[in-house]
Design a protein around this ligand. Structure first.
Ligand code: FAD
Length: 386
């Protein structure tokens, strides 16, 4: 007899997309979520659903994986980039470069939107249910998010009168091996710096990034609230262990190693886990076909990005400013190719995930990079921006 019960651990995008698709196929789905509601990992910050890694638009992708748009999802076709020395280029694209989404507990967030879709399909969600021991019956999907900090973000969300806007800052002095970003939507904004190294200096880099941003963008910052977060990515993940459990999203290491745009991988892996259960297809096989090549390319790109430094940023911005359509440039950059496959072999040797680097796992502190699962320290927001 077909066992119809599926337990999903974690109500993040990966777990919720798996739940939505399984419920549609008639499965009896129960989600176990450690927080009291969806979106607890985030603080109202804006993120981007990148729109360059596939030929089709990301809205088509969402439709294909069974997700309706019942959350804030606004297209951005013009982005300002500031390179080292703060020289500016404006990139306009034929289709949106990304769609802005909100994360966190607001009703317009992606997390709450996905939750509503799951509930409407009859998914049962058990809140405040931190699962350490898995149920003994039914299929199990684990989507509990990152396990370690391979890259971190430190930032603020705030109110502003500035019109909708997006900007990226590429400079190792404010965001080592990464970038800082400003996203403004409907009088709310997110500004953050991301770091792939030098985590202990996160506050210093945030201050520098904020000063740089304010020197080129005239924006009022009202009622700032701090947020921080981390992502992990590791390769050759075992998306199915011997126990038959399917691992999805960041828990399985599915994350864009170049810039941390992991949302699409999270949702795609949730979808693939669902169809592997429904159609009896191999989940590792589906991941190998649809996810692994892109992850490997992203690691090759990370190696390039990290090694070229500010020189590489200048090169990239120069190229983006000269082409008619930057989406095409980025898509080619993200696509697997023979040179990228060769580079991946080098990158794999060079790169070690912090999953293996336990020294940053200390206990009580306010570092973004080792306060696993702790909520952001809102009360210190003022001292961060002054
Ligand atoms: C600051 C920041 C900015 C980002 N910006 C972008 C961006 O612009 N674009 C993009 O594409 N990606 C971005 N990302 C990455 C993106 O947020 C992640 O890739 C995505 O959230 C991963 O989804 P997930 O479902 O795998 O995990 P999560 O979103 O982490 O969800 C995991 C869920 O599991 C729950 N959980 C954990 N352990 C247990 C347990 N034992 N029992 C029960 N429940 C549990 C958690 O509470 C959580 O609700 C960003 C990440 C950060 C930190």
């Amino acid at each position: 007899m077909k066992d119809n019960r599926v337990h999903i651990v974690g109500a993040g995008p990966a777990g919720l997309v798996a739940a939505i698709n399984l419920a549609r196929c008639g499965y009896d789905v129960v989600i176990h979520e450690q927080n009291s509601d969806a979106g607890g990992r985030f603080n109202g910050d804006f993120q981007g659903l990148e729109n360059w890694s596939t030929k089709g638009d990301v809205l088509e992708f969402l439709k294909n994986i069974g997700v309706d748009i019942n959350f804030r999802c606004d297209p951005y076709s013009k982005t300002h980039y500031f390179g080292p020395d703060l020289q500016e280029i404006t990139v306009k694209t034929s289709r949106p470069l990304f769609y802005l989404v909100e994360r966190g507990k607001s009703e317009s967030s992606l997390d709450r939107g996905l939750k509503r879709q799951a509930l409407a399909l009859g998914v049962k969600i058990l809140w405040n249910d931190k699962l350490e021991i898995f149920p003994s019956s039914g299929r199990i999907i684990v989507g509990t998010g990152p396990k370690a900090a391979d890259a971190i973000a430190r930032g603020i969300v705030f109110k502003t009168s500035h019109p909708d806007f997006s900007a990226g800052f590429l400079d190792n002095r404010i965001a080592p091996k990464a970038y800082a970003y400003l996203l403004v939507n409907d009088r709310k904004a997110t500004f953050a710096t991301c770091l792939f190294q030098n985590f202990p200096k996160e506050k210093i880099f945030f201050q520098r990034a904020l000063e740089s941003m304010r020197s080129v963008i005239d924006i009022d910052i009202r009622d700032p609230k701090e947020f921080g977060g981390y992502v992990n990515f590791f390769l050759n993940p075992p998306p199915v262990k011997n126990d038959g459990i399917l691992y999805v999203g960041e828990n399985a290491g599915f994350q864009d190693a170049l810039w941390g745009f992991g949302l699409r991988y999270a949702m795609l892996s949730g979808y693939l886990a669902a169809i592997s259960i429904e159609r009896g297809q191999s989940y590792p096989g589906l991941c190998k076909q649809y996810i692994t090549p892109l992850l490997e390319t992203s690691l090759a790109n990370r190696w390039l990005f990290a090694h070229l430094g500010n020189f590489g940023y200048r090169l990239m911005l120069n190229r983006m400013s000269r082409v008619k359509d930057a989406v095409g440039v980025l898509r080619r950059f993200y696509q697997p190719s023979v040179p990228k496959a060769l580079l991946f072999r080098i990158a794999r040797q060079w790169y070690k995930s912090r999953l293996l680097d336990k020294h940053c796992m200390h206990g009580e502190c306010d570092c973004v990079w080792c306060r696993h699962g702790k909520t952001a320290h809102m009360d210190r927001a003022e001292c961060l921006i002054n």
